[in-house]
Design a protein around this ligand. Structure first.
Ligand code: FES
Length: 385
C-alpha cells in the first residue's frame, strides 16, 4: 500500500502540532491528519480541553421561566441547566446521587427532578428532598445530598458552563470581543430554534470549516456564499495566545439577509450590513449579522463523530416587522438547514480524507488565518501542560 508519510503516533502528532504552531501563517499547513483520527488524541482533548474550558450550552432565552431546564453534555459530564425560582441560571450534575442514573433528558419545565430509577427527588437548587425506603439506612442523611453545581455564566445572551473552578470568567476572557459585539445587541435576539445533531466527522473538521470563509463562494455558492466577496473579508488578528478568533464580512447590496432593519438604530455605516464571525475556543462559533445570528456548539463523540447543538435567533425589530412571521421563520430555518447540509457534505468528506493513505495536509490560504490560530490554541492546550 502506498501512502504519504505522516506523523502517526500521539507523540509524533503533538510534536508536529507544536512545530506548526510556531510557524507563521504564510508558511503554515493544515495540522497532521492523525490529529483527526487517533482515539488517544480525542481522549487527550476531553481531558485537556473539554474538562477545563467554557462550553456554550445554548441561549438564555431558551429557558425564560422558573423551572425551565435543559440537558447538556459537558465533556464526560451530563448537566442540567436550570432557571431557578429566583430567576437565575445554574448548572448541576444530571447524575442521581443514588446509583448514578441520568435524571433528565431533553428539556422541559418542572418544580423538581425525580430520578426515573428509584424516584429520588431533587428540588431546583439540587437538594435531595425525597427518597423512599431509606429509613433503615444508617449512612443516609437526606440533607447531606445535593446534585453538585458547576460554573454557569450568562454572556450577551449565551449560556456558558465549565467544569474547571479556576478558569477566568467568560466576560473577562472575551473582553476584547465584547466591544465589537455590543452594538448588535445580540442579547436581545429571539431564539427561533435549537436542535441537537450528530455528524460523522471529527469535531475539529467542523470547527475549522466554520472559521474560514475560503469555502463560502464554492461550497456555499447558492446560499451564504452568494452575496459574499473575499475582498470584503477582514480579520481581527489575535496572535498565538487568543481564546477566540474573529473575522468580519460585509454583504453586498443585493443580499436578502444580513442587513440591519430600518428600525435598528444602534448599527451605523458599513456595520449595517457587516457580520461578525467569532469562534470561541474550543467549539462555540457563530455568525452574528445585523438581523439574525446562528450558531454551533460542538463536542467530540469519539474521534469519528461530533455532537452538535445548532440554533438561530432573529433581531427583535426584524421579527416585529414581519407580516407573516410563520412563513419568514420557516424560510429562515430552511435556508440555514441548507447551509448545514452543504457543510455536512464537506466536513464528513474531509474526515474521510484524513483517514485515507494518500491524504496529507496542504498549505493554508491567508483566508484560513483562523484555522492557524486554532492550531496554535490546540498546541497550547495539548502540548504545553
Ligand atoms: Fe436514582 Fe436510584 S439511581 S433513585
Amino acid at each position: 500500500m502506498i501512502h504519504i508519510q505522516q506523523p502517526s503516533t500521539v507523540d509524533e502528532v503533538l510534536t508536529s502540532l507544536k512545530k506548526l504552531a510556531a510557524t507563521p501563517l504564510e508558511a503554515a499547513t493544515a495540522p497532521p491528519k492523525a490529529i483527526y483520527t487517533l482515539p488517544d488524541i480525542t481522549a487527550h482533548e476531553i481531558d485537556r480541553i473539554f474538562a477545563s474550558e467554557w462550553l456554550c450550552a445554548g441561549r438564555a432565552d431558551e429557558l425564560p421561566n422558573p423551572g425551565d431546564y435543559m440537558a447538556f453534555e459537558c465533556g464526560a459530564q451530563p448537566l442540567i441547566i436550570i432557571r431557578g425560582a429566583d430567576g437565575a441560571l445554574s448548572a448541576r450534575s444530571n447524575i442521581c446521587r443514588h446509583r448514578m442514573m441520568r435524571l433528565v433528558e431533553g428539556r422541559g419545565n418542572t418544580r423538581k427532578f425525580t430520578c426515573p430509577y428509584h424516584a429520588w427527588t431533587y428540588n431546583l437548587e439540587g437538594q435531595l428532598v425525597g427518597a423512599a425506603y431509606m429509613d433503615r439506612t444508617t449512612c443516609f442523611n437526606k440533607s447531606d445530598i445535593q446534585l453538585p453545581a458547576v460554573r454557569c455564566e450568562e454572556y450577551l445572551g449565551w449560556i456558558y458552563v465549565c467544569l474547571d473552578p479556576d478558569v477566568e470568567p467568560v466576560a473577562h476572557m472575551l473582553a476584547d470581543l465584547t466591544e465589537k459585539l455590543l452594538p448588535y445587541n445580540m442579547q436581545d435576539y429571539v431564539t427561533i430554534f435549537t436542535e441537537d445533531h450528530v455528524w460523522d466527522t471529527n469535531w475539529k473538521c467542523l470547527t475549522e470549516n466554520f472559521m474560514e470563509s475560503y469555502h463560502l463562494p464554492v461550497a456555499h455558492r447558492s446560499t451564504v456564499g452568494a452575496h459574499y466577496s473575499v475582498d470584503e473579508n477582514t480579520f481581527d488578528e489575535r496572535g498565538p495566545f487568543a481564546s477566540f478568533t474573529c473575522q468580519f464580512f460585509t454583504k453586498s447590496d443585493g443580499a436578502p439577509v444580513g442587513r440591519a432593519h430600518d428600525d435598528n438604530t444602534s448599527l451605523e455605516g458599513v456595520w449595517r450590513h457587516t457580520s461578525v464571525m467569532p469562534t470561541v475556543f474550543p467549539s462555540h462559533m457563530y455568525v452574528l449579522a445585523p438581523d439574525h445570528h446562528w450558531y454551533l456548539s460542538l463536542q467530540p463523540n469519539g474521534p469519528a463523530r461530533t455532537r452538535i447543538r445548532y440554533g438561530a435567533a432573529i433581531a427583535p425589530e426584524k421579527l416585529a416587522a414581519e407580516q407573516d412571521r410563520d412563513a419568514y421563520l420557516a424560510a429562515t430555518k430552511a435556508f440555514l438547514d441548507k447551509v448545514q447540509v452543504e457543510d455536512r457534505h464537506v466536513v464528513e468528506g474531509i474526515f474521510n480524507g484524513a483517514g485515507s493513505p494518500l491524504g496529507a495536509p496542504g498549505p493554508l490560504s491567508w483566508l484560513e488565518r483562523g484555522n492557524h490560530e486554532f492550531a496554535q490554541y490546540l498546541a497550547r492546550q495539548l502540548c504545553d501542560h
